[in-house]
Structure formats: C-alpha cells, structure tokens
Design a protein around this ligand. Sequence first.
Ligand SMILES: [Mg+2]
Ligand SMILES: [Zn+2]
Length: 185
Amino acid sequence: MKNKAVFIDRDGVINKNLFDETAGIKSPSKPSEFVLLPGVAQAIKTLKKAGLKIVIVSNQPGVAFGYIKDSMLNEITKKMNSKIKVDAVYYCKHHPSYTGECECRKPKEGLLKKAAKELGIDISKSYAVGDNLIDIEAGKKCKKTFLVAFNFDTINQIKAKGVKADYYVHNLHEAAKIIEKLEVG
Ligand SMILES: [Mg+2]
Ligand SMILES: [Zn+2]
C-alpha cells in the first residue's frame, strides 16, 4: 500500500516569515533567523500519529540569488529537524531569472511528484498545507488543500486570483486537527 503524506510549505507555516522594509517577506538565511511558529511541534505529532508522512516542500530562490548559501540552508534544515522530525525535505533552489525555468518551483508540482516517487506516496490521498496560492496550486491533485492565513485580506486576495483551498486555517495546528478527523474520524 502506498504512503499518505502531508506536503507542508516551510516559511510562514513551519517557521515565521521575516519582513524586510525593502525586500518584503523573505526567508531565513541563517539558523538564528529560523523561528518555529507556535503549535507546530504538536501539529507534526498529531499528523504522524494519524499515519502520515511529513514532507516539507519549499521554494528557496534565495539560493539562486546568492542570498542564501547552500551550506546555510543545510544548517537551517538541521535546526528544523532538531525541533520537528520530518520525513523528508524538498527544496526548489531555482529562480527563472537566475537559473532558468525548472520543473520544481511551485506552483509547479515537481517537488510533490519527486517526493511521491521517492517515498512511495499517493498524492491523491495526501494533503497540502501552505500560506500562499502557489502552495494550493501545487497541491491541487491532493485530497485536500489547506491555506494558512492570518487575516481575511490574504484569504480574499487568494480567492480573487481564482485559487480555492478546501480549508482556510490560521495555523498548522488547526490544519492538523482537521486532517486527523478526516483520517482517523
Ligand atoms: Mg510560505
Ligand atoms: Zn526548481
């Protein structure tokens, strides 16, 4: 039997987004900038208990820009894994302007497909959680999609773009509770 997974976006779902006056939202570029969001550790436990693989799928174009060093990204991944033990982490380190088009940058499904192949996951029985419309788009073949949004503005912006998530939640913990109900009853 194939595995079921939760494909989870990293920045803004697992860890806090960083804000910069000029760059806007940016990803952590060193471990000290990686701060877990509240309730995440508990949520991961809940999802694992429900029998799901935890797969992080994240765009990290900062690597293509040279803003994030590959070695630092590895250190950040280590820090994440020391706090929440996940089954696998897949990054897209590309950006069209710097490295050309790739098959893995969300909203494309490449990261999910690669994970599915390597870990024997049935995408149609899996879930996707993210804080951006590209995460919902990339997870459209999943059983259910969850948009993490802190405010109605974000939800309305996303709805205006025609992307519909199955659920709108405030955080990963809320998503995990719903997934647990769907899986375990
Ligand atoms: Mg995000
Ligand atoms: Zn890529």
